[in-house]
Write a protein that binds this ligand. Structure first.
Ligand code: BG6
Length: 500
């Protein structure tokens, strides 16, 4: 799909996400000729900066990752406007500035609005965009070109903090934008190894016949981090924070939908989103009283990571000293369909843990009959391990004969190493997803329906946790694999977490 000239407006221009992810992603798209011929990026935030100062600050933040001469060229397209985008009164100026830039760079009325702000600012900004009549629905204001102009909005997470707030945010969006113009971003869907799941499953005949309840015993989806809350204590400890909301409800359920969906009719956004939505509809909603059996809440205390001492979560800035927030969460889910009936999916995520790893591990059932009787106890389950990050790649673990006399069996690994194979470092997802927004491709973005339905699968757990404070928190030391309760949950099912 072509990329038309456009203005990219980033709300929250002085924030971390903009500096760390969005500007580097736009720079890399520009550097590889993926931005339209005419474009301008307008950062909006309250802090006062000149364009020059803003450009310098972004350059310095990158600590040398931009080529200086190229940055000079790229940053000619980068502007800054100080204003409060949540205040209607500031929108006369904001709109005037957008139109001036559109004229200067010959951009017409095409615009991308990127909400890189705290969730409390989403709705006022969306409403102000609407009131300022910046969504033209095909009408032209700033240019006389014949192209039909478009406006798109990118909404970061968290998308609501419960089902009701997610519905409300969707309603606010729908009052201003058509669903086709709304890009609810989840950077996990931009990760190469997550997209590669679709190729592994639907471009090969090797895996799909085994991808069901007949052969699969259970699936584990893990996203652990060694970092703590990194200065985001106030947000993380708010009612919108915690690992269940921050990671499981958003990223891990999305990964699960790619792992579990039926083959779509075509490789088109609508078809893929239809199949994902069916998975969310089929997720069994946990019963409130079952929560202690199927979910685990953890919180880190002080410990050590990489030999360095780490403070406990409750000592982080902005965190309540009696906080009940989950910095670790684990959840067992079922997908009630013919393909997945009875197969448990275990999802877990935690901060300040032993290792940074995002992976999907598929454990297979034993063979129906074992020829190697005396080895039976030693045989390990066959596994497909999809390393999303780090060590990107796919590993098959199966049993092999140990060389020599007699029949000794040991598990072996067959390895597809992404970096060795393709000689590139996988992108963190933002460049891929921004490229899709520019091209108007919604395939890797969440539809309104899937967001609303997927909240239901975690809400009973959140309700239970809210009603039942846990007096053993903090219950894991920073730098470990999380609370023992998570291991006990697996042991009850005769299973164990993939921690190595
Ligand atoms: C973000 C969460 O969405 O994802 C953060 O808000 C988390 O808390 C981050 O650290 C993890 O992303 P990645 O790409 O490093 O796995």
């Amino acid at each position: 799909k072509p990329r038309s000239n456009c203005l990219i407006v980033i709300f929250g221009a002085s924030g971390d996400l903009t500096k760390r992810k969005l500007i580097p992603a736009l720079y890399s798209l520009w550097d590889t000729n993926q931005l339209p011929a005419n474009f301008a990026i307008l950062g909006i935030a309250r802090t006062a900066y000149s364009d020059e100062k803003y450009r310098d600050e972004l350059y310095e933040f990158s600590e040398g990752s931009y080529d200086k001469a190229k940055w000079g060229e790229f940053s000619k397209h980068l502007y800054y406007h100080a204003g409060d985008s949540t205040a209607e009164a500031d929108w006369g100026d904001i709109k005037g500035y957008m139109c001036d830039l559109a004229k200067k760079h010959d951009l017409g009325d095409n615009r991308i609005f990127y909400l890189s702000v705290g969730p409390q600012f989403f709705e006022p900004i969306i409403t102000n965009i609407g009131k300022a009549e910046l969504v033209t629905e095909g009408r032209r204001f700033c240019s006389l070109s014949d192209d039909v102009p478009w406006q798109r909005i990118v909404v970061e997470k968290p998308f609501g903090s419960d089902p009701a707030s997610a519905v409300k945010l969707n309603q606010t969006l729908a009052a201003v934008f058509d669903e086709e113009s709304i890009y609810r971003i989840d950077h996990y869907l931009g990760k190469e190894l997550v997209q590669n799941l679709l190729v592994v499953r639907f471009a090969n005949s090797l895996f799909e016949p085994l991808w069901n309840r007949e052969y699969i015993d259970h699936v584990q989806i893990t996203a652990t981090e060694t970092v703590g809350v990194e200065g985001r204590g106030a947000y993380y400890d708010s009612p919108a924070g915690g690992a269940m909301r921050d990671m499981i409800q958003s990223h891990l359920l999305q990964v699960l939908s790619f792992m579990a969906m039926e083959p779509p009719v075509a490789f088109e956004a609508d078809d893929i989103r239809t199949e994902k939505n069916k998975i969310f509809k089929a997720l069994r909603i946990p019963k409130y009283d079952d929560v202690p059996q199927i979910a685990v809440r953890g919180q880190y205390g002080q410990g050590q990571i990489g030999g360095e001492p780490v403070i406990g979560y409750r000592d982080e800035k902005g965190v309540d000293e009696e906080s009940q927030t989950d910095t670790f969460a684990a959840l067992q889910l079922y997908i009630d369909t013919w393909r997945w009936g009875g197969v448990p999916f275990y999802l877990r995520s935690g901060k300040a843990m032993a290792e940074k790893k995002t992976e999907i591990v598929i454990y297979f059932k034993p063979t129906p009959h074992c020829l190697f009787k005396e080895q039976t106890k030693k045989l390990k389950a066959n596994q497909i391990i999809i390393n999303v990050h780090p060590n990107e790649g796919i590993r098959l673990r199966f049993e092999g004969k140990v060389p020599g006399l007699g029949m000794n069996i040991k598990d072996v690994v067959m390895d597809f190493d992404y970096i060795k194979q393709w000689q590139v470092k996988p992108s963190d997802g933002y460049a891929i997803l921004l490229n899709d927004v520019l091209r108007g491709d919604q395939m890797l973005f969440k539809h309104r329906d899937e967001i609303e339905i997927s909240w239901n699968a975690v809400q009973p757990v959140l309700d239970y946790w809210k009603d039942n404070p846990q007096d053993d928190l903090p219950n894991y030391n920073a730098g470990t694999w999380g609370p023992s309760a998570a291991d006990i949950m697996m042991a009850r099912d005769n299973r164990y977490w993939h921690n190595y």
